[in-house]
Ligand binder design. Structure first.
Ligand code: GDP
Ligand code: CA
Length: 465
């Protein structure tokens, strides 16, 4: 049994910092403490339930009932005198592609496997940057598969499933281009020695992102099996889309929310009705494009997109989704927080559904919320921390009103912080003193949908040794 936490290459914090700094690749290996194996056991249990019902999401996009009576027939990872089970999950995000290689051990034949180790590596840019050269996009997957070949013993290759789920970057592409990319990727997976299930390469429904991450976080924090059922909401800010997911306490929320914002499921004899929504185009980088006014026009030769959120004398080129945009500040014009905030406000104003009760709730926030808070020392990169919405605002004012002395690695820092402030305050309608728990990992497990998705994959395939 793994008894100590250790980071094999270097500290996760240092590696994570690289991710924030948007470097090309990073990798780390880590073992997990046994203290939360019970939690992971439970998570696997939930995933076994999830597996059989996720397909219902598309069929009944309004209110769904999940998990009902599923437990006995789905507890299928058993009867094994097992050493290791592996699962490979690709997260094809809008800003990068990541491979998560999880290994599990099964100690006793009648027990579900326990997560033992995760190996992670990523490349930038994301698949959508290869929209016109899909073969090259697929080559990035081939490269990452080499990591999997090193990580998984060759004796296990054939029974180790590999799945790729794409998120907002591909959702935003024209259907034909997205399909061409997915088809090239599928070819590459099929050429690999791993097990390639049906539907192994797909664009994930935005609802799944929120729900899988919500279940992951609430299991890892012990909320779902505690008596109090004090669950926490989650906020994910990706490059191209953003998700909000929480368990409403008030009937009013359930009654007044649009039908497709509410998803219900039964788990451990409790029915949960979650509020979840994914806003496509409101991720951090998509919001930059919108603020620059480049969404409608696209990148036109020689055109420079200007914003008061950028240093006045700046002129540079920014690439997103495989397109290059020239951008800069407004020389002899406005700059600073006040004018910048007015710009970013236009991106969120009237675009989001607001719920009164979130004002008093606790939310876990990760991805770009975490990265930008860490970049500006609002939180420690390794540890995370609790912030209030007004901390983002305070930092936005500080950065935006001192852009002349700008030395930051990202010229977009003022715009990003202002956007995060506007999204939280005016978009979702949080109060300035709403606490946010900035978290990258809970018990050393990434706060992302990919672990949950891996459990689903294993369970749906009845993978065991
Ligand atoms: N906690 C966590 N964050 C991640 C992981 N992979 C990517 N991110 C964060 O996700 C953000 C980028 O979002 P991305 O997935 O590319 O865009 P999306 O397609 O709109 O979701 C950045 O803040 C990354 O740091 C991960 O494994 N764990
Ligand atoms: Ca993401």
């Amino acid at each position: 049994m793994v008894t100590t936490y250790k980071s094999l290459n270097s500290s996760a914090a240092t590696k994570g910092k690289k991710l924030s700094a948007e470097t090309a690749t990073l990798s780390y290996k880590m073992d997990y403490e046994p203290s939360f194996l019970r939690t992971l056991f439970s998570l696997i249990l939930v995933s076994s339930l999830l597996d059989c019902v996720l397909s219902e999401v598309d069929a009944f996009p309004d209110t769904k009932t999940w998990f009902e009576n599923l437990l006995p027939s789905t507890m299928c990872i058993q009867n094994a005198s097992i050493e290791s089970v592996y699962g490979i999950m690709f997260d094809a995000g809008s800003t990068g592609t990541r491979i998560h290689i999880y290994s599990f051990t099964q100690k006793y034949p009648d027990q579900l496997p326990e997560l033992r180790k995760e190996i992670f590596e990523s490349v930038k840019p994301g698949l959508s940057a290869y929209a016109d050269i899909p073969e090259q996009g697929a080559e990035t997957i081939r490269g990452l598969l080499e990591v999997a070949k090193d990580a998984v013993p060759s004796s296990h290759w054939k029974k180790t499933p590999v799945v790729l789920k794409a998120t907002a970057g591909l959702r935003l592409l024209p259907e034909k281009k997205a399909q061409a990319l997915l088809s090239e990727v599928k070819n590459v997976l099929e050429e690999s020695p791993f097990l390639v299930p049906d539907n192994s390469v797909s664009i994930m429904n935005g609802t799944y992102e929120g729900i899988l991450a919500w279940i992951t976080v609430n299991f890892l924090t012990g909320q779902l099996y505690s008596q109090s059922k004090q669950t926490v909401g989650i906020l994910d800010l990706g490059g191209a889309s953003t998700q909000i997911t929480f368990l409403p306490q008030s009937e009013e929320t359930l009654e007044q929310s649009p039908l497709d914002f509410i998803t219900s499921f039964k788990m451990f004899h409790t029915t949960y009705k979650l509020y979840t929504h994914s806003y496509l185009g409101l991720g951090l980088k998509a919001a930059r494009l919108a603020t620059l006014g480049a969404v409608e026009t696209g990148a036109v030769d020689k055109q420079i997109f200007r914003s008061s959120c950028l240093p006045k004398n700046l002129e540079a080129v920014w690439e997103f989704g495989g397109v290059s945009y020239r951008y800069g500040g407004i020389e002899n014009g406005e700059s600073g927080f006040k004018s910048c905030y007015a710009e970013v406000l236009r991106i969120v104003a009237g675009k989001l559904h607001q719920v009164d009760e979130i004002k008093g709730s606790t939310f876990y926030a990760f991805s770009y919320y975490y990265d930008r808070a860490a970049d500006t020392n609002l939180i420690d990169y390794g540890k995370g921390g609790i912030l209030e919405v007004r901390d983002f605002e305070r930092k936005a004012i500080e950065v935006c009103d001192h852009m002349e002395g700008f030395t930051s690695s990202s010229p977009f820092l003022c715009m990003d912080l202002s956007y995060i402030t506007a999204l939280l305050k005016e978009g979702f309608g949080f109060k300035i003193n709403t606490p946010l728990q900035l978290t990258k990992k809970v018990n050393n497990v990434e706060t992302s949908w990919s672990l949950g998705a891996t459990f689903l994959m294993l369970q749906s395939l009845r993978i065991s040794n």
